[in-house]
Design a protein around this ligand. Structure first.
Ligand code: ADP
Ligand code: ZN
Ligand code: ZN
Length: 760
């Protein structure tokens, strides 16, 4: 135990003074020693507790104590912890151990990893919030005043409170937050405050279970679903990874619900991760109505305080089921029983800045440490997961058919070479859209998201510019258009060329960079179908999550056209959808990213799965300059499984993940030379530590321009490391990074390391 604080106040610390070793959220690969605070000595072991410490010339930071021990001799003037923030550790047991693992795996400072794992208020030192459930009810005065209240939000809220199943309890705040609930009042908190000020309503703490409905029964499971549930239950709650590989609409969610019910019956907590756009009110309502326990939601649309409440509820074991997006993988789970990752292939599980973790991969690490089953579900599994399933590392559970009465959609390809396109849409496509509308259906016009740098394509024959150095017969590597359309450049090797005047294949003059935006398509559709509602859904038109819900609700189920990108590929069920029209996939067929074919196949299958979810049969139209492209032929002929069968051997032949392991070092600076100088220094540092340079098992490529080579006035370049062995990759990173951190070049750039990058 440290000496009492006052005994130490005047005397300088002796040689064996005890220090608290603190992880701070700063980009330095080290911990910081501080003397214990005046208030900390009497309490228990501080490891895992947050502290506020002096940092820099006059600043303060919140960090986490990771160890105690003798003060480092090198510290000349040790500073003292200002304040211990937690009496009991916030990070402990499995979560603390898993986060330390994550820091080692991402080669990131532990303090930054721990900060990333916390919601804002906890990161900034606030206390664990109250997690009691609160409800609002009308007072007697409120009930009396209600008939005379002026029309408006307070009056609508008051009516809802009075109409609660038990007006004496009122309506709990989770319900009030639920935008899909009947009588929902947008911005109800202000309305509630206004009622409370007049003495018309009051906020009361309630037992959390009082408003949970009796669980509603689900459909009887079919044989495939039952077999999947049985396999998961057969683990007895011990660790085992499962890949639930089931076509869209095959009833995967039903399988999760049964596994969660079993987990709850065992008295355990369940965590369900869903993609950012998959966490709709519909999804939540389905979990809430079926499980008979409160379901906590955690997503980016929540206020900071709400996020902290969910974190605290999980830490206290009060949250029994949490459905959340990527960052929910950082929740403490003291009674963990099951982890589910829905749409495990989804790119939103990977964080692309800060600590670049992959929530699915980290879920497997945590599941193993917690010794609970981990279920990865998808209609289009990542090739990483498929390979693990094929190697028997994961149990491969399959659902081959749509559940219920829904039939798979028919897919037709339209060849648009030499056809007059309007905003990238062919006359055949316009005609089909018109027919679908006349038949009373709804149409989804889906545009693949534009790549950062456009590829050059010949509209007459479909030729596209490929790098002569990097392309192989199996994997074409496109060159992208730069310098205002005058130059072609390869993102792999940096090779440059002038844009040719005519198509090298057919001599045609119709060379065009690809990609009309969704706004132009929207305009063209509005002009063609002036009497039909046309609704564009993309990041621009729906900044807020509920904006999309509102737009779709207004859209209703009358004939109409939805135009959108990735955001519409899944998530919301659109019952009246009879035609999915897909445009702009050709850039995806020739992208520099070796994962582009996989992403495109996933997207096409997912968006096709939107059609014909209900009784009406659906049709999918795909327009392309490459009707005979092997990817399309394989996918349309044999489905995603056939695509994976063809793609995995190609990845293996090219030594791409999952058959190799990668790390990306990125740098940006105002002058490209400065960023390149940093990466060249790093390259030398890596090469000096490579096990056997030149054996092909470990490679460094670059510096090369990033896919988006310029952003906000910064020039961005990157260096790619790939290794046959994951262990060797990490050994080289461990050995080289201290020198890279310390190099003078590092101070002139913004740089970051991404282990297992997904966007090359
Ligand atoms: P997925 O998660 O694979 O897309 P869902 O679980 O959402 O599939 O199921 C798709 C639809 O089929 C839902 O409307 C669901 O209620 C229904 N469904 C699922 N399983 C069955 C079943 N065994 N019998 C009848 N309908 C089912
Ligand atoms: Zn041509
Ligand atoms: Zn090249």
């Amino acid at each position: 135990h440290p000496p009492p604080a006052d005994a130490r106040a005047d005397a300088p610390p002796g040689p064996d003074a005890l220090a608290w070793r603190v992880a701070l959220p700063v980009p330095l690969p080290r911990l910081f020693d501080y003397l214990p605070p005046a208030n900390g000595a009497a309490l228990d072991d501080p490891v895992g507790c947050r502290v506020r410490v002096p940092f820099g010339r006059s600043g303060e930071k919140v960090g986490v104590v990771v160890a105690t021990g003798p003060l480092e001799a090198a510290v000349a003037e040790p500073k003292q912890v200002i304040e211990r923030l937690d009496a009991a550790p916030l990070f402990r047991d499995e979560l603390f151990a898993s986060l330390r693992w994550l820091a080692r795996y991402t080669h990131a400072p532990l303090g930054e990893v721990l900060a990333t794992a916390l919601p804002g208020p906890l990161r900034h030192g606030e206390a664990l919030p109250d997690t009691r459930t609160w409800a609002w009810r009308l007072t007697e005065a409120g009930a009396t005043a209600l008939p005379g209240l002026r029309k408006g939000k307070p009056a609508r809220l008051a009516a809802r409170l009075l109409g609660a199943p038990d007006p004496g309890i009122g309506v709990d705040e989770d319900r009030l937050d639920d935008a899909a609930a009947p009588g929902h009042v947008e911005g109800w908190r202000a309305a509630a405050r206004s009622l409370a000020q007049r003495g018309y309503a009051e906020r009361v703490a309630i037992a959390s279970s009082s408003l949970v409905p009796e669980p509603a029964p689900g459909p009887a499971l079919n044989a495939g679903q039952q077999a999947a549930v049985d396999a998961i239950l057969a683990t007895g709650g011990r660790f085992h990874p499962f890949l639930l590989d089931g076509v869209t609409g095959s009833g995967k969610t039903e399988v999760y619900l049964h596994a969660i019910a079993d987990c709850l019956a065992r008295g355990r907590q369940a965590l369900v991760l869903v993609p950012e756009i998959g966490l709709t009110p519909q999804t939540l309502a389905r979990f809430r109505s079926r499980l008979g326990v409160p379901v906590h939601a955690l997503h980016s649309g929540l206020a900071d305080g709400e996020r902290a409440r969910v974190w605290a509820a999980a830490a206290r074991g009060e949250a029994r089921v949490v459905v959340g997006t990527r960052s929910a993988i950082f929740l403490p789970l003291p009674d963990a029983g099951l982890i589910v990752i829905d749409e495990e292939h989804d790119g939103s599980f990977k964080q692309l800045d800060g600590i670049r973790y992959h929530a699915r991969d980290f879920a497997l690490v945590r599941g193993k440490a917690l010794d609970v089953p981990v279920v990865l579900g998808s209609a289009t599994p990542s090739l990483e997961s498929l390979r693990n399933a094929r190697a028997d590392r994961y149990a491969h559970l399959r659902l081959r058919e749509r559940a219920g009465n829904a039939r798979p959609p028919k897919v037709r390809v339209i060849d648009v070479r030499k056809r007059p396109l309007e905003a990238g849409v062919s006359p055949e496509m316009f005609a089909a859209i018109g027919q679908a509308l006349e038949a009373g259906g709804q149409v989804l016009v889906f545009k693949n998201r534009r790549g950062y740098a456009p590829v050059l394509l010949c509209h007459d024959c479909g030729w596209s510019a490929q790098c002569p150095r990097c392309s192989t017969p199996l994997h074409g590597t496109p060159m992208t258009v730069h310098a205002g359309g005058r130059r072609l450049q390869c993102h792999h090797c940096g090779a440059r060329q002038r844009v040719p005047d005519a198509c090298p294949d057919c001599g045609g003059l119709a060379l065009q960079p690809q990609g009309a935006g969704t706004e132009r398509i929207e305009d063209a559709l509005k002009a063609r179908f002036p009497d039909t509602p046309v609704l564009r859904i993309d990041r621009g038109s729906t900044q807020r999550r509920d904006a999309m819900e509102r737009l779709l609700a207004e859209f209703g189920d009358a004939p109409g056209i939805l135009v959108g990108t990735q955001m519409l590929a899944k998530g919301h069920d659109i019952a009246g959808l009879t035609l999915v029209a897909v445009v702009g996939i050709d850039e995806g067929l020739f992208s520099a990213d070796f994962r582009a074919p996989e992403k495109l196949a996933q997207l096409l299958i997912q968006v096709a799965g939107r059609a014909g979810r209900a009784e009406r049969p659906g049709e999918v139209l795909l327009q392309t300059h490459h009707p005979g492209h092997p990817l399309l032929e394989t996918l349309l002929g044999g489905g995603y499984g056939a695509f994976a069968d063809a793609e995995l051997p190609q990845r293996e032949a090219a030594a791409f993940p999952p058959f190799s392991h990668m790390a990306m070092l990125r740098a940006e600076a105002r002058q490209v030379e400065v960023a390149e100088a940093f990466l060249r220094m790093a390259r030398v540092a890596f090469e000096a530590r490579m096990p056997d340079p030149g054996d092909g098992l470990f490679e460094v490529q670059g510096p090369i321009p990033a896919p988006m080579p310029r952003r906000a006035g910064y020039q961005r370049v990157q260096l790619l490391l790939s290794a046959a062995s994951r262990r060797e990759l990490h050994a080289v990173l461990d050995a080289a990074l201290p020198a890279i951190h310390a190099a003078p070049e590092a101070r002139k750039v913004r740089w970051s390391l991404d282990v297992d990058p997904i966007d090359l």
